[in-house]
Design a protein around this ligand. Structure first.
Ligand code: HEC
Length: 441
């Protein structure tokens, strides 16, 4: 800004003190690339807000129109697919950014006295972001959205005493339907942004009161200090630009999944949650029967409480991670479990038998016979018949497919799917291909 304009404004608005609080905040030990993740998270929130506003221009939060409005955004609106892509990948990136921000804070022991309150507000912000993700997932109202949300709400229902009440509040009744959708929409676009903005303001207010933590050295007196502007501002801006480029590239190059429209009566559909909930989805697979509540609420509640009150559990004033083996060890163990489960889950999901020649053969038959004229797989093909992207999950039974291919009407009375004259070998290959289709994208 030209200095004359600045002086003119300053004489009227008294800007100097504002500049001092915003830009001249001293950072002990100076600017660093490791401090950028808070700003990156904030930027991604702004990106989510901006893209969300544009999506809201066309999105209709009712079961009759939600799916079609998302499809409309994808196919009819100029750059609608791109804005939806930015919002989708922006959400994923926000989870990554906030995770790295927390990791840095943890590693540097920056949550320790006097910054306990800042950490606690941060944990709440993290939970709000995860709630954003959970409520946003339902909005496209496709099969995945519907059944993944069903699982989530059922989990809430397993909490004793209050669970039933809360799951009914979330659903807006006994069934997941119109009220649930409008409720999730309102929470996603009105309640959560308000809470998040308030929380961010509080987080930054506390930061201004206690100041940045700086490096973990004990010898605080010897630390040189540097103001936030210009070098930290520059570093933040560089990383923010890079993150935006990555998000835009992902949005540009990877088409987003949209499975079939939600069908509440198709209870056989097996949804796949977003990658950041996958580790948890994997965990749920291992616990059954009386142990189930352990995974559906006891463990998550314990982890959340431990995270929230961590500054009071780890009271060791030392900040150097090498000299805090217990804290570092528990942090690493936590990451190991989460990423281990995520790894197993991804492996199961993406373990497509690429080398299986029967699958390749089946894929060729699928192309030859023009099945794509009616069916869609991973976004390609017609829409008059069921989307087959995840048919390997929803119908894992080989015999069913063979019977269905030989005579569709015998399994689905009234089906207009034609019979194809195929040999047993061809039928088996086609079925192998069907069974290999397990993922939504
Ligand atoms: C003329 C349109 C049409 C063509 C072509 C067609 N189908 Fe279908 N298909 C349908 C319809 C309609 C259904 C739903 C009723 C049923 O289950 O038969 C269906 C159902 C299916 C299902 C069961 C889906 C489910 O979720 O239950 C599979 C699997 C399937 N088709 C595979 C194929 C394959 C493989 C081909 C190519 C060899 C093919 N279809 C060609 C119309 C078609």
């Amino acid at each position: 800004m030209s200095s004359r304009l600045y002086d003119w404004l300053d004489r009227r608005l008294n800007l100097k003190p504002v500049q001092r609080t915003l830009l001249d905040e001293p950072i002990p030990g100076g600017a660093s690339w490791i401090y950028v993740f808070g700003s990156v998270t904030l930027f991604l929130f702004v990106l989510q807000a901006a893209t969300g506003m544009f999506l809201a221009l066309y999105y209709a939060p009712t079961p009759d129109h939600a799916y079609d409005s998302v499809r409309f955004i994808e196919t009819e609106i100029t750059f609608g697919w791109f804005v939806r892509g930015l919002h989708h990948w922006g959400a994923s990136s926000m989870v990554v950014a906030i995770g790295l921000h927390m990791l840095q804070t943890f590693l540097y022991g920056a949550y320790k006295k006097p910054r306990e309150v800042m950490w606690m507000v941060g944990v709440v912000l993290f939970l709000v972001v995860m709630t954003f993700a959970f409520t946003g997932y339902l909005l496209p109202w496709d099969q995945t959205a519907y059944w993944a949300t069903q699982i989530g709400i059922n989990m809430v229902g397993t909490v004793p005493l209050i669970g039933d009440f809360f799951s009914r509040v979330l659903r807006g009744g006994e069934i997941l339907g119109a009220l649930t959708l409008s409720r999730f929409f309102a929470i996603h676009v009105l309640f959560l942004p308000a809470i998040l903005i308030g929380g961010i303001a509080l987080h930054l207010f506390v930061l201004r009161r206690v100041g940045p933590a700086g490096p973990w050295t004990d010898d605080r007196a010897s630390l040189a200090s540097e103001t936030f502007a210009p070098r930290q501002v520059y570093m933040d801006a560089v990383v923010i630009a890079a993150v935006f480029l990555v998000v835009a590239t992902l949005a540009f190059s990877i088409p987003l999944p949209l499975t079939d429209k939600a069908n509440p009566s198709d209870t056989s559909f097996v949804p796949v949650p977003e990658w950041y909930f996958l580790f948890y989805y994997e965990l749920l697979k291992y616990v059954h029967g009386p142990l189930e509540p352990l995974a559906t609420w006891v463990l998550p509640l314990c982890v959340i409480l431990i995270m929230l009150f961590w500054p009071f559990i780890d009271r060791n004033p030392v900040r150097n991670p090498i000299r805090r083996p217990a804290a570092l060890g528990s942090g690493l163990l936590f990451l190991f479990v989460v990423f281990g489960l995520l790894g197993i889950s991804l492996k199961n999901l993406y373990a497509v038998p690429r080398t299986d020649p029967a699958v390749a053969q089946g894929r060729a038959i699928y192309a030859q016979l023009g099945c794509a004229g009616c069916h869609r797989i991973h976004g390609e093909g017609g829409a008059v018949a069921p989307d087959l992207s995840t048919i390997g999950y929803t119908r894992p039974d080989r015999a069913w497919h063979l019977k269905h291919f030989r005579d569709p009407q015998s399994v689905s009375p009234g089906s207009f799917m034609p019979k194809f004259p195929l040999t047993d070998q061809q039928l088996n290959d086609l079925t192998s291909y069907m069974l290999s289709l397990k993922r939504a994208t």
